[in-house]
Ligand binder design. Structure first.
Ligand code: SF4
Ligand code: FES
Length: 261
């Protein structure tokens, strides 16, 4: 197979950057999108040109580093699929494809398709963990977790922190990421003591990093390679509101609202 690629090239954060057209051939349908970029880079190096910088690590859909917009869609056209697991058989021979980095204010471009996503790490550092002393591992049956909660916590925990939800959101919101990380702990007994505090701290850090707020567009859910549902955003909003209502500062300036348990 052969393709015409239009790839965003940018030497550094301060460079203005531009789309550059490339022809690549000798691509097998069983190659992944990243394999295809590898082939293009080999051809560029052979010609003495600068290879295209892009992120990757596991190449099996679990690390979340392969962050590229393909034809304007985060991770490309296949639902529930990372760019590293997107195979070239899903494209037409001879197709033109546009490849760009994640575009969101908190994701500074480092080079070409590589962006700085440490803002997501800082949101986790702000509260996405259990810090209370839990002692030695208890006997498993002492701390029962319902099947529904175990499965929902696991579903939230499948978030790979790729940032596609941010890149797809017209507001550049990280709410799906934050909600997945918070709900993963909120569904387990160990996550209860700090549950509402965690919601406040993570949302505050999200705001401080410059991410936008959720506008219920649901573009995040559409592109999430792990198909994290927006239901988790509703759960995070509920925890955040409960925390705000019980804080002294909030009670002084607001009319109390009843929250159903
Ligand atoms: S919620 Fe989905 S799209 Fe967002 S960071 Fe997690 S895995 Fe990626
Ligand atoms: S390279 Fe790890 S998820 Fe794509």
């Amino acid at each position: 197979m052969r393709f015409t690629l239009h790839v965003w090239r940018q030497k550094s954060a301060s460079d203005s950057g531009k789309m550059v057209r490339y022809e690549v051939d000798g691509i097998s349908p069983i190659m992944s999108f990243l394999d295809m970029l590898d082939v293009l880079n080999e051809q560029l190096i052979t010609r003495g040109e600068e290879p295209i910088a892009f992120d990757s690590d596991c190449r099996e859909g679990i690390c979340g580093t392969c962050s590229v917009m393909i034809d304007g869609v985060a991770h490309g056209p296949m639902r529930g699929t990372t760019a590293c697991q997107l195979y070239m058989r899903n494209f037409r021979d001879g197709q033109e494809i546009w490849v760009e980095p994640w575009r969101a204010r908190p994701f500074r471009i480092i080079r070409d398709l590589v962006v700085d996503r440490r803002s997501l790490d800082r949101i986790i550092e702000a509260g996405g963990y259990v810090s209370v002393g839990t002692g030695a591992a208890p006997e498993a049956n002492v701390l029962p977790v319902s099947k529904e909660n175990a499965e929902t916590a696991f579903q939230a925990a499948t978030c790979i922190g790729c940032g596609a939800c941010v890149a797809a959101c017209p507001n550049g919101s990280a709410m799906l990421f934050v909600a997945a990380k918070a709900s993963h702990l909120a569904r387990l007994p160990q996550g209860q003591p700090e549950r509402t505090r965690r919601a406040i701290l993570m949302v505050e850090q999200m705001d401080a990093e410059g991410f936008g707020s959720c506008g219920n567009h649901f573009d995040c859910e559409a592109v999430c390679p792990k198909e994290i549902p927006v239901q988790f955003i509703a759960e995070l909003n509920r925890d955040f509101l409960k925390a705000a209502l019980t804080s002294r500062e909030f009670r002084m300036v607001s009319t109390p609202i009843q929250i159903e348990e």
